[in-house]
Design a protein around this ligand. Structure first.
Ligand code: X2X
Length: 333
């Protein structure tokens, strides 16, 4: 008989909760991996969620957070999530598309005009569609997606003002066909690199630029190795909070409910935090030596259109998914 069954066997449920917190290991100790620095709002709110989950489950579920790709880069961690070596992982829908192709639909260039449209879509039909696709591949997504933000292009060697400035530009993109395709459509020279290796790739000059929301440029200290930033807002990106199915279903139902509740609530709080950082950190990055440009976004979008980017991806995602996206963003793409 294990200690856990002995405790239950004595019927010491109320007492057991406090005893377990203090003296015994949790019933379930799960790992949660992500690729962001510990100072990013995602990690701050995740820590908060993990603390509340530990408390409300009376110490039965302990989630240990591994930030900064400590368990491996995103490609490796997605494998670990699938085979159960890691129980939770927050991942961009576009990188997840290497397993769930249509999960990437939320990452179509210039689809979302603003955050209101993003959250209505991702908490509505588009998000439900994506989660359905994810579930079909045997992963469990929490209901609320976390925010990464609208992405901006940074460069070490020149300011980007027009789509022509991207011609031949050596830019890092995350491991995802949609990202590769988008920057190829811009005429750039994209190289796939996991985020875990981005700072080094920029500092050694393997690539001249990258694109990410400002909260990442700031917390991952990309301003140390990047000089210019073009506010292109070319894509909104988030993080699905994913669980390994077997690990999730092993949890008793009350623990699952508590975990989902706090992960979802913290996601909502993190959206506000991240939007605030993305809105205000430009000033701080300027003081750290970055120079900003505010290019005409319509010209970038037009470049994608004339390169056939939208037509190509409509074909890949299919009419059903595309119709859900267009309905969500209220315009034909
Ligand atoms: O890899 C990136 O650039 C990041 C951190 O934004 C994602 O996870 C997609």
């Amino acid at each position: 008989m294990t200690r856990r069954t002995m405790l239950l066997g004595t019927g010491a449920v109320a007492l057991g909760a406090s005893i377990r917190t203090k003296a015994h290991a949790a019933d379930f100790t799960y790992k949660l991996a992500n690729n962001l620095p510990v100072t990013h709002p995602l990690n701050i709110r995740l820590k908060e969620a993990a603390d509340k989950i530990l408390e409300e489950t009376g110490g039965r579920l302990k989630i240990n957070i591994f930030p900064s790709s400590q368990l491996g880069n995103d490609t490796e961690t997605l494998s670990q999530l699938r085979n159960g070596a890691t129980e939770f992982f927050s991942l961009s829908p576009l990188i997840l598309s290497t397993l769930v192709p249509n999960a990437a639909i939320s990452g179509i260039g210039f689809a979302f005009p603003d955050y209101d449209t993003v959250w209505k879509a991702m908490d509505g039909e588009l998000g439900a569609y994506a989660r359905g696709e994810i579930e079909k591949k045997g992963l469990v997504p929490m209901e609320k997606i976390w925010d990464n933000g609208f992405r901006q292009i940074t460069s070490s060697n020149k300011p980007i003002n027009t789509p022509e400035d991207l011609k031949g530009f050596k830019i890092r993109v995350p491991p995802s066909p949609l990202w590769q395709s988008m920057f190829t459509a811009f005429g750039a020279a994209p190289t796939t690199i996991n985020f875990a290796e981005v700072y080094t790739a920029l500092s050694t000059g393997t690539v001249d630029g990258q694109e990410n929301p400002l909260a990442i440029a700031s917390t991952a200290k990309l301003y140390e190795v990047q000089k210019h930033c073009a506010m292109t807002n070319h894509m909104w990106d988030g993080f699905w909070m994913l669980a390994n199915k077997q690990a999730w279903e092993t949890l008793p139902e009350d623990i699952r409910e508590i975990a989902a509740k706090h992960l979802n609530e913290s996601a909502i709080a993190q959206r506000t935090d991240t939007a605030k950082v993305n809105d205000t950190v430009r000033e701080q990055l300027t003081q750290s030596g970055m120079t900003f440009t505010d290019p005409d976004k319509a010209a970038f979008r037009e470049t994608l259109r004339s390169a056939g980017f939208y037509a190509e991806w409509k074909g890949k995602f299919g009419d059903e998914a595309w119709a859900i996206l267009e309905k969500a963003v209220g315009t034909s793409l």
